[in-house]
Design a protein around this ligand. Structure first.
Ligand code: GLY
Length: 378
């Protein structure tokens, strides 16, 4: 095998999209994963909700999320053309719904915050919300509509990325990366379990929650990433007569329709390292909270329970760009926004790999920010 310009560690939405965009820029690319597209990208909800999921104190992440959301229509269109597949991107907005007075008070505070940030959110009466989503519970206390927050079928997306990578000539290598190899203080490639070495001009670390645990990376360049467990379930709805046609979310639950009629209900947020147990309490809590918003979900068949690990960083912002080890680029730590941040991450990391320049868009998210003694939150 000739030496590629880039070897990407991790074949989820982030790694595959970087590989695809890098191929479009003429780079030779190899991607390594044990099972492509079956990590956090498989377990994700597919919400593209920078406004509905805005968090207090995370302004820089909000800007990046909004930028990626703006890039989604073109990204989805180009990917569909490159892969020959529908990626299940639907621009139908998101309803934030309060089932009772307590949640309405909390969501009204969030609405005030969203308004202060100049975000596009509209307050609806219960009757107005039910007019656009008739399956909402008659008892809901109030709702807010975010016209610009959409959703994508993350499994279709990652399948399309894999197809686009193969069509574009990226080499997809099934294997487990045992270590990043180095020589004279720079990354030179990876070695797989079993011993195969892949030398490359640059190594991109896009291994999600596992990014901090790969051997061979010196401490100064190791990303401080931890797994944040999420449990999610799928219900079988009707393709012809969907119960809901847009994302519906409450304070602690979201309900996302798929184009084939399935409905994703997610997700827990748990600091449990890599514990992949599906718990009765998580299933109970998710369904209880979802029924309060859309009671008709009770009638649906339970299809699947799934666990994923969001790659969390100390400031909840991603790590994007060159690391403290020459030749090692990091694209990880996307936490709750991996699917949303796929377009902007792919564009900007491919730009860095092709030109050596870090764009202004990702400069605030430099992985080296954690090396400084006085770390400032992004
Ligand atoms: N962004 C949804 C989640 O992390 O569950």
């Amino acid at each position: 095998m000739s030496t590629p310009d880039v070897v990407v560690v991790g074949g989820g939405a982030i790694g595959l999209s970087i590989a695809w965009r890098s191929r479009q820029r003429g780079l030779e690319v190899a991607v390594v994963d044990e099972r492509f597209g079956h990590g956090a990208s498989w377990a994700a909800g597919g919400m593209l909700a920078p406004v509905a999921e805005v968090h207090y104190g995370e302004k820089a992440v909000l800007e990046l999320n909004l930028e990626s959301s703006r890039r989604y229509p073109r990204f989805a269109e180009e990917l569909a053309a490159a892969s020959g597949r529908d990626v299940g991107y639907r621009q139908s907005g998101t309803l934030i719904v309060a089932p009772d007075g307590d949640d309405f008070a909390a969501l009204s505070d969030l609405f005030a915050f969203q308004q202060r940030l100049g975000l596009d959110v509209r307050k609806l009466k219960p009757s107005e919300a039910r007019a656009i989503e008739p399956a909402l519970a008659p008892s809901i206390r109030g709702a807010f509509f975010v016209e610009g927050d959409h959703h994508v079928d993350n499994r279709l997306l990652v399948g399309a990325l894999e197809a686009a990578c193969r069509r574009s000539g990226a080499r997809l290598i099934e294997g487990v990366v045992a270590e990043v190899t180095t020589s004279a203080e720079r990354a030179t490639g990876v070695r797989l379990e079993g011993g195969t070495a892949i030398d490359a001009g640059s190594v991109v670390l896009a291994a999600g929650s596992w990014s901090g645990r790969i051997a061979g990376i010196p401490e100064r360049a190791r990303p401080p990433i931890r797994p944040v467990k999420g449990q999610l379930l799928y219900l079988k709805g009707s393709e012809g007569a969907p119960l809901v046609t847009r994302s519906v979310r409450g304070l602690d639950v979201y309900i996302v329709p798929r184009t084939d009629g399935r409905i994703a209900v997610g997700a827990t947020v748990e600091e449990k390292d890599f514990d992949d147990t599906i718990t009765a309490d998580a299933v109970y809590t998710l369904l209880r909270d979802a029924y309060e918003l859309v009671p008709g979900l009770r009638e649906l068949e339970l299809l699947e329970l799934v666990v994923g690990f969001r790659p969390g960083s100390p400031d909840n912002a991603p790590l994007l760009g060159s690391s403290a080890l020459e030749g090692l680029v990091i694209a990880s730590g996307h936490y709750r926004n991996g699917i949303l941040l796929t377009p902007v991450t792919a564009d900007e990391i491919a730009h860095l790999l092709a030109t050596g320049e870090t764009s202004e868009t990702i400069a605030p998210f430099t992985p080296t920010r954690f090396a400084a003694a006085s770390m400032e939150a992004v």
